[in-house]
Ligand binder design. Structure first.
Ligand SMILES: [Zn+2]
Ligand SMILES: [Zn+2]
Length: 218
């Protein structure tokens, strides 16, 4: 876990990284209220739950950038702890295999199948009081991969990394689609937009347009 990092305006952004996959779970919390959103609770769910309790945060939604196990292993625990509804893009239901997931030796105790309460779609917005978090459908790593945008901060899941992009050799992956998503959706964001990826360090749209070796800006 890295210490809380100041996000623009009214949000405190906290990042929790799991040790096995190095996957980033993000907690967005309002400074002025007790409301929060959680993106991609994985194997660090216990730390996230403890943090939410310690800070007295009420979670309004659990948001998944895609259906890979490292990004959703903590959903059952977080859902039980917070009662918050779960959102994922329906196209990733095809790659969520609860039986197989449950057998992985690294899975947290109590992992169980869960339902998607609200299906994500391009343009769908979530509110954190007066702030809006917008869903961008960015397929390619998986068919149902999305990114979330709030102000000048983008949570890119496994679509765009610092100097990298997500794998496209897994089921539902497509190099053509991920390149299209990055070029036409993410590189279309303001250059100063900060990218918070599913793995690794933050970057900016401007830096990736200049330096990303996999998807250079045209
Ligand atoms: Zn993934
Ligand atoms: Zn991942």
């Amino acid at each position: 876990m890295t210490p809380a990092q100041a996000l623009r305006e009214k949000i405190v952004l906290s990042v929790f990284q799991d040790e096995l996959f190095g996957q980033n779970c993000y907690v967005l919390a309002r400074r002025d209220t007790d409301r929060a959103l959680v993106i991609d609770p994985g194997l660090q769910a216990r730390q996230v739950t403890a943090f939410l309790e310690r800070e007295g945060l009420a979670v309004e939604a659990l948001l998944l950038t895609h259906g890979h196990v490292d990004h959703l292993a903590g959903v059952p625990a977080l859902r039980t702890a917070t009662g918050a509804p779960v959102s994922m893009h329906p196209q990733d239901l095809a790659i969520v295999d609860f039986e197989t997931f449950a057998q992985y030796p690294f899975m947290p105790p109590g992992f169980a199948p869960f339902e998607i309460d609200r299906e994500l779609e391009d343009g769908l917005e979530f509110s954190l009081q007066d702030l809006r978090l917008r869903t961008l459908h960015t397929p390619g790593h998986t068919q149902g991969s999305v990114s979330f945008l709030v102000g000048l901060d983008c949570f890119s899941g496994d679509t765009l990394f610092e100097r990298g992009i997500g794998r496209t050799d897994l089921p539902g992956g497509s190099m053509e689609k991920i390149v299209f998503s990055i070029r036409n959706r993410l590189y279309a964001l303001p250059p100063q937009t900060v990218v918070h990826p599913g793995h690794g360090a933050t970057t900016t749209i401007e830096a990736e347009m200049l330096l990303n070796p996999f998807v250079p800006a045209r």
